[in-house]
Write a protein that binds this ligand. Structure first.
Ligand SMILES: [Zn+2]
Length: 373
């Protein structure tokens, strides 16, 4: 399984001036029964290759050869998608077999292209918890139900509050400002730290814990893209054990996961009832898909259906037709219609959500989509 440590590692390896080949390939045997991914890679790689100067082409040739050989031979390990980051001159060769569908993409550039991997991590909902009080700021991360502390910022020299005030309280005000500046110091460090984490794409959600006063202050200091990702807050003592932080965080996580799924299904059902931009049921979804109109595909995990597919224009249908209504090619019967539909939605740039269980969605045909227009 691919982890955010892998992403960080890849992000930091290598040196400037060298070229990397980054490959993202749908290799799902269901949607690639004839090994179509090989040709897909060749075409995408060629388009990138042609953009290079002749000296660069010489270097990259080795990468491409190596990747082609791997794609040809690695079949038994293939899951739904394959990610390869390669740089022959730097002796870098990273391969990940992923069980989530991905869009085909090949990039040859001076840095590894990691955006698709970062988005996968986001789908797995990696959380960080910032625990803050007047003097400390601690950072935890939570991944698949486990917690680890991974940073601490501390402002050790906050002057005590007991110092005597000067004449007319003037001294006192100045002194207060002095304390405020100190209080901000460790929180500012924490903000910087979080910004770096966000840049690396390791984390999708943030939770804030600590004293109410410090949470409020810290919240104000965070840049908007990060505040938008706050999943919840809780009060806790700075010295609370990891178990307590985990328990309070998991409570928030469980509710977040649920509400995101519920919100999606609710929006789908509401849009449908108001005759808005939504498709409901497989038939409707597939016909909207044909016009590239899927914005977000929502389906019950494990849903399956058989149907028909046009090998020429990729038209999908559940109806027993002999020829494609769009290009008159003879249709072939396929068993795993849903897999093809998911891949097609991804190729169109749509979001996808597999819902574990939802009575509402089941009643609506187990599959639906929010539409672009
Ligand atoms: Zn067709």
């Amino acid at each position: 399984m691919f982890t955010k440590e892998d992403l960080t590692r890849i992000n930091h390896m290598g040196s400037e001036g060298n070229l990397y080949t980054s490959v993202y390939l749908s290799v799902n045997p269901v949607t690639n029964p004839k090994g179509e991914y090989f040709v897909n890679f060749r075409n995408l790689a060629k388009a990138e290759f042609d953009k290079l100067g002749s000296a660069e082409q010489k270097v990259i040739k080795e990468d491409i050869k190596k990747i082609e050989a791997y794609i040809k031979s690695g079949k038994t390990e293939f899951k739904k998608a394959l990610a390869i980051i390669s740089s022959t001159p730097l002796d870098i060769w990273e391969v990940y077999h992923l069980s989530v569908p991905l869009k085909n993409h090949v990039v040859i550039d001076k840095t590894p292209y990691l955006k698709p991997l970062a988005s996968i991590l986001e789908q797995y909902h990696n959380y960080v918890v910032a625990l803050v009080d007047r003097e400390h700021a601690k950072l935890f991360r939570i991944h698949l139900g486990e917690i680890a502390e991974y940073a601490e910022h501390f402002t050790p020299d906050i002057p005590g509050k007991h110092k005597k005030a000067g004449w007319y309280g003037l001294e006192e005000n100045r002194f207060k400002r002095h304390i405020e500046a100190h209080i901000h110091f460790h929180l500012k460090d924490m903000v910087k730290h979080l910004e770096e984490i966000w840049k690396r794409g390791e984390v999708s959600h943030l939770m804030l814990g600590g004293s109410e006063e410090s949470i409020l202050l810290f919240n104000k200091m965070l840049p908007q893209p990060i505040t938008a990702k706050i999943a919840g807050t809780f009060t806790a003592d700075m010295h609370a054990g990891n178990d307590e932080i985990l328990e309070k965080s998991m409570h928030i996580i469980k509710n977040t996961g649920k509400t995101i799924e519920e919100r999606l299904v609710d929006e789908l059902v509401t849009r449908t009832s108001k005759n808005g931009s939504a498709a409901i049921g497989l038939d409707d979804v597939l016909s909207q898909m044909q016009s590239g109109n899927i914005h977000h595909l929502i389906y019950i995990e494990g849903l399956s259906a058989s149907g028909f597919k046009c090998s020429s224009c990729n038209f999908l249908t559940v109806q027993d037709m002999k020829t494609c209504p769009y290009c008159s090619t003879e249709l072939e019967k396929i068993e795993h219609l849903i897999d093809f539909a998911i891949q097609k939605a991804i190729d169109q740039g749509a979001g996808i959500s597999a819902i574990i269980s939802s009575v509402k969605l089941k009643e609506a045909g187990s599959i639906g989509a929010l539409l672009r227009y």
